[in-house]
Design a protein around this ligand. Structure first.
Ligand code: GRF
Length: 221
């Protein structure tokens, strides 16, 4: 039985990609990397992929006259990898409905906020301006609604008085994202997580709320 094929889409530094590479390498994610795609040729994450022996190519969105033309080219490259799982990891493009529908149910995204709070950009500044006591990140299935698909797992922490947007971004990445994404992708690789009728099912149970890092820590205690 061949292992599921994992494709990762990036735009930048690839720290989430690196966490997935390390989790796959140590056996926590039972999948094979099919490839890494980036919409930017200068994405540092491409170097991380190649250093790990993963095929990595860029499909620069600037090379295409329209968003639809870019989506078509990206879908073609992604389809050619025959992915069973697609992880958007720091991927900064909004994908059109046709692209999303082709990969819906296989595609996850990580978003640096406690969704449904703060879909879109600039999440850390918005959380600070709102005076939120807590902040964090969410992994969700990708559906046509921007950052709106069913949430799978979420991690949160208390905002400290000296946290500014930059410090929050670093805390969200290090204390939450790098932990929750490997867990979500591992569930997908083991066939325990799926999207059905617009809801996330984990081990057959419909998730009314995302799983939290605390749930996991208690479970493992
Ligand atoms: C992460 O906070 C991610 O949530 C956001 O971009 C940041 C950097 O991602 N979309 P990476 O280092 O490229 O994984």
């Amino acid at each position: 039985m061949s292992r599921p094929r994992l494709a990762v889409l990036i735009s930048g530094r690839g720290r989430n990609l690196q966490a997935l590479i390390e989790a796959q390498r140590d056996g926590r994610i039972p999948a094979e990397f099919a490839g890494v795609l980036s919409n930017r040729a200068d994405a540092e994450g491409l170097l991380r992929a190649r250093a790990a022996g993963i095929p990595a190519v860029s499909v620069p969105h600037r090379d295409y006259p329209t968003r639809a033309a870019f989506d078509t080219a990206l879908a073609q490259s992604l389809r050619a990898l025959h992915p069973d799982i697609v992880a958007l990891a720091g991927f900064m493009r909004i994908l059109g409905d046709a692209f999303v529908q082709e990969f819906e149910g296989r595609m996850l995204n990580i978003h640096p906020s406690l969704l449904p709070k703060y879909p879109g950009l600039d999440t850390h500044r918005r959380a600070l301006e709102a005076g939120d006591a807590e902040h964090g990140a969410t992994v969700h299935f990708v559906t046509p609604a921007l950052d709106g698909g069913p949430a799978v797992i979420q991690g949160r922490f208390r905002v400290q008085p000296d946290d500014d947007a930059e410090r929050l971004a670093q805390r969200v990445l290090e204390e939450v994202e790098l932990k929750i994404y490997p867990q979500a992708v591992a569930w997908m690789a083991r066939g325990e997580l799926m999207l059905r009728d617009g809801a996330a099912l984990l081990c057959g149970h419909r998730l009314q709320q995302p799983v939290t890092l605390q749930d996991l820590e208690e479970a493992f205690r």
